[in-house]
Design a protein around this ligand. Structure first.
Ligand SMILES: CC(C)(COP(=O)(O)OP(=O)(O)OC[C@H]1O[C@@H](n2cnc3c(N)ncnc32)[C@H](O)[C@@H]1OP(=O)(O)O)[C@@H](O)C(=O)NCCC(=O)NCCS
Length: 222
């Protein structure tokens, strides 16, 4: 199954809530996704099965490999909440990311991938998409909080230049765990953009044709 990113639509919400419940503590307060669809200071992206038809190979693109990245770009830009993309038939959703725009900051409030699909580059794709959206929006930096024990997420953020800039004591209400505050350097700077371009190139080389591989069955789910 090929993956693309697009904006959250009403028909995705049940699946996104399922992923949220699976990923976070049972005490986590469910995000009011439906209401959030109308929040113009937020951006919700989902990673989902590519709905568009494959581009046939061309001379310029003999393997048809432009499909993944062009889908990410075009679908994220084109599908705005409540637009033509909403439909009753749900596409399988693999993960989501939510970002709130607060002043000069783009704040990742949640990012999660279905447990059975982790380790397939989907979390990274969501992070790339949210960084691209934040640049487009005009944010200066991207920031987030993460549990001190969540080394996997911290590794992902560090890969994209997030640095540990502080802590919030007993930030999480379920176990009073501390949060690490992580922030990028200015995301529009030439230095950051150059690193970001390199990371995206590496990503496309590695995951250019993403296929979900179920950890439980070891078989392709396409
Ligand atoms: C964090 C999360 C979103 C990552 O998604 P994912 O699709 O599994 O991650 P990817 O396959 O895209 O991996 C991207 C990077 O994450 C890090 N990473 C992923 N899995 C890892 C693991 N098992 N061990 C160490 N680092 C890991 C690596 O830096 C990896 O880059 P690499 O492949 O170059 O090493 C996912 O683990 C998740 O949903 N966790 C539960 C929810 C959560 O904790 N969210 C963060 C809240 S702040």
């Amino acid at each position: 199954m090929d993956v693309s990113l697009r904006r959250l639509q009403t028909g995705d919400i049940d699946q996104v809530i399922e992923i949220e419940r699976e990923a976070f503590s049972p005490l986590w307060v469910t995000t009011p996704f439906k209401r959030e669809l109308n929040n113009r200071y937020a951006c919700y992206l989902v990673a989902c099965e590519a709905a568009e038809e494959e581009e046939p190979p061309t001379d310029a693109d003999p393997e048809g490999s432009r499909s993944l990245w062009s889908r990410v770009l075009t679908s994220a830009q084109r599908l705005v909440p409540g637009s033509q993309g909403d439909s009753d038939s749900p596409t399988p959703i693999a993960g989501y990311v939510s970002v709130w725009y607060q002043g000069d900051e783009a704040h990742i409030t949640e990012i999660a991938v279905r447990e059975s699909l982790r380790g397939n580059g989907i979390g990274e794709l969501l992070l790339i998409g949210s960084l691209r959206e934040a640049v487009e929006y005009g944010s200066e930096v991207m920031t987030l909080e993460v549990r001190v024990s969540n080394f996997i997420a911290q590794r992902l953020y560090e890969k994209y230049g997030f640095k540990n800039v502080g802590a919030r004591k007993a930030y999480y209400s379920d176990n009073r765990e501390d949060a690490v505050i992580m922030t990028t350097s200015p995301i529009k700077s030439e230095e950051y953009q150059s690193m970001f371009r390199d990371l995206q190139e590496t990503y496309l080389t590695k995951w250019g044709e993403i296929r979900f591989q179920s950890k439980t069955t070891g078989s392709s789910q396409s």
